[in-house]
Design a protein around this ligand. Sequence first.
Ligand SMILES: C[S@@+](CC[C@H](N)C(=O)[O-])C[C@H]1O[C@@H](n2cnc3c(N)ncnc32)[C@H](O)[C@@H]1O
Length: 185
Amino acid sequence: MLQIWDVNWFLDDQCPCDMHFVEWLEENRVRGKTVFHFGTGGHHHVGLANHAKGAPNHILGITASPKEFDDFVKLAIEHAELSRHYQVLFGDIYLLNPRLLPGIDIATLFHLCEFRGESQDAYGGLTDAQVLDKILEAMPNGGLISLFTGSFAGDRATSIAMAAVAADKLIRLSDYKSLQFYRKI
Ligand SMILES: C[S@@+](CC[C@H](N)C(=O)[O-])C[C@H]1O[C@@H](n2cnc3c(N)ncnc32)[C@H](O)[C@@H]1O
């Protein structure tokens, strides 16, 4: 059985990563980029904020929560133009297949290292480091990876990213609020 996330996560100041990411996009006037967003929440804030601003970017989210996915379907029906620029994959990120991904300019791996358990061994789930590698496969040089320092697994996620820095796959950039940024080289 697939390991699902049986929660519908609401937007919450205690987990500001999506809000900070939307602010970073705006402050840096990011336009025309394809964003892979790990962990949509049931609020779908990243996709809806992009929609509200006239869809400057193209967002592909992933959720392992059936309830959050249902909420995306409802939103896509309610707002006919939403799904042109915001789509959501339902599945386990530890099964990520770069052959099914578009070229990614920016990936938010805010929840890296939070959800890998032994149950994913039963179906050959990736490790967290392999998730980063799969994202990098779908990313041109110059693409950006963002991590969330407020994650309970943030230290482990940072270690994985810093190992990629040591391997000359990434360089670390300046942080923005609760977010770290790395550039693929
Ligand atoms: C704590 S919520 C955070 C949502 C949003 N990023 C926020 O900060 O408000 C975690 C998110 O990760 C997603 N998630 C959990 N396990 C996952 C997995 N194995 N694969 C893909 N997404 C997963 C959940 O569906 C949920 O959207």
